[in-house]
Design a protein around this ligand. Structure first.
Ligand code: 4AD
Ligand code: MG
Length: 465
């Protein structure tokens, strides 16, 4: 049997070409029946639904179908017929079945349905075979495609920023060192520190925490750019919202101010959510039914609502007036905690919220300083059930103010000479943000743990697969 004439199950389920000969390949979800007839539910991952293969046992021997058990991989030739059974439009009357790979029912880990998500994380190599992960992975694909489509349709250019970086100035989180030096006996300087001049790049390097700084360089030439790549943070935050390796989308736009930046973020997020509603309806319906009955209505709410926009200072006033008991005390100047963001989004406004103008002391060096001397033009977008999905800002485009801030924060100016030069030569007002890809996938799928929306999660003490 060749694979050239294979039809995908997604196409077959929409077909009304009854009587045509077809050829399909996939993995057996279940097999049931009796001595006369065998029913095989086959899935090829193209769609959440299985196709039913009917094997008339007068045409097959038990021996031929012995290997057709849950988890096995088979090819089927047969005729497409209208299904007499409820809930499925068509089925296949099999004429030939070939077993590619068996799956021993005694040891196949997905023999039964209904495993916990925690258990499935331990078999990340097999979990794409479940309905849940099939749905999540198809939605993840659709969202990645939608990201590129949105920016391409709106005149942005996709920039590939480096994964290995020589600057650790972004300050977005602890970094993973990249080195070819012998960890056991690295070359040392006279003062006992590691001599990175002998390392591969002749200096200390790390995995990037963000493509923003390099993205800004490109925006100072191409005007509208975005990056979409893996980012790495070595924080030991073992939460349902954090990964050590995650994907981030970072648009950067010359001539945009903070209001333009908020408009872009809101339009982009609504586009992504709406794209999922339109293109991932089957998978969303499944997740809505199995995990979260409010999922679809929550997604529609986001598309239809206008995001609430207010300053950090106003948010602190609301929190102080709330009469709510918080674990972390609220006062102006604190970094808002998940519980505070949750209150604002889920109790007070009941829709997505964009907070702006944060205290200068809790935000990155590159954010545009406000006239008040106390706040910067930062913005965080907060979503129900997720918290922060986007962090961004208008950037400081004034060379002297930026240098002063770099010095005040004790950042090595010489590591950033190239970044600072963009403020010396043809500086321009500009703004951008970072969307955590897995955070938006969490929101769109309604899953509650970030480990369940990336194929192979990287978290503290976990890099098995
Ligand atoms: O707020 P962050 O740290 O912002 C930046 O990195 C900026 N350079 C972005 C920019 O302005 N271009 O991260 C941006 C987003 C967060 O809002 C969150 O959604 C996600 O990245 N994020 C994480 N997602 C998963 N695991 C982690 N450890 C994350 N840290 C941040
Ligand atoms: Mg942030």
């Amino acid at each position: 049997m060749s694979t050239s004439s294979r039809t995908q199950v997604s196409a077959l389920l929409k077909s009304t070409d009854y009587g045509t000969e077809i050829f399909i390949q996939g993995w057996v979800r279940t097999r049931r029946g009796n001595k006369q007839v065998s029913f095989i539910a086959l899935n090829d991952g193209s769609v959440i639904h299985n196709i039913q293969v009917v094997a008339d046992m007068s045409k097959f021997t038990e021996e031929e179908l012995k290997g057709v058990t849950t988890g096995s991989c088979i090819a089927v030739s047969g005729t497409l017929v209208k299904s007499p059974a409820a809930g499925q439009p068509v089925e296949i009357q099999a004429s030939k079945i070939q077993v590619y790979g068996t799956a021993d029912p005694e040891t196949y880990p997905l023999q039964k349905k209904g495993h916990s998500l925690e258990f499935l994380r331990e078999i990340a190599h097999l979990r794409p075979r479940t309905n849940t992960f099939g749905a999540v992975l198809r939605i993840r694909h659709a969202m990645a495609f939608a990201v590129h489509k949105y920016f391409n349709d709106n005149g942005f250019f996709y920039i590939h920023t480096p994964v290995i970086t020589g600057s650790d100035a972004e300050g977005a989180g602890a970094m993973f060192r990249v080195t070819t030096l012998d960890a056991g006996s690295p070359p040392l300087n006279p003062d006992g520190t590691v001599n990175f001049e002998e390392d591969f790049f002749g200096k200390a390097t790390n995995l990037t925490v963000s493509g923003q700084l390099e993205g800004e360089l490109a925006a100072m030439a191409l005007s509208k750019i975005y990056t979409f790549g893996p980012t790495f943070r070595a924080e030991n935050s073992n939460t349902p919202r954090h990964l050590a390796e995650f994907w981030m989308i970072e648009p950067e736009v010359a001539f945009n101010d903070i209001t333009d930046n908020m408009n872009l973020a809101e339009d982009f997020l609504k586009y992504l959510v709406n794209y999922a509603l339109v293109h991932c309806a089957d998978d969303l319906e499944f997740l809505n039914k199995m995990y979260d009955n409010d999922l679809l209505s929550r997604l529609k709410m986001v598309v239809e609502s206008s995001f609430e926009r207010l300053s950090y200072t106003k948010a602190v006033e609301i929190l102080l007036a709330s009469g709510q008991k918080f674990e972390f005390k609220v006062e102006w100047g604190i970094d808002l905690q998940a519980e505070h963001e949750k209150y604002l989004v889920e109790k007070h406004f009941l829709k997505p919220v964009i907070l702006t103008d944060y205290p200068i002391g809790i935000k990155a060096f590159y954010m545009k300083q406000n006239e008040d001397g106390k706040t910067v033009r930062a913005m965080d977008v907060l979503f129900p059930g997720i918290g922060e999905v986007i962090g961004g800002s208008q950037r400081e485009d004034d060379h002297d103010k930026l240098v002063a801030r770099v010095r005040a924060m004790g950042i090595h100016e010489k590591d950033l000479w190239w970044y600072l030069e963009t403020r010396k030569f043809g500086s321009a007002p500009h703004a951008g943000f970072g969307l955590g890809f897995e955070r938006i996938i969490l929101f769109v799928t309604g899953m509650s743990n970030i480990r369940d929306v990336i194929p192979f999660p990287r978290t503290p003490k976990n890099a098995e697969f």
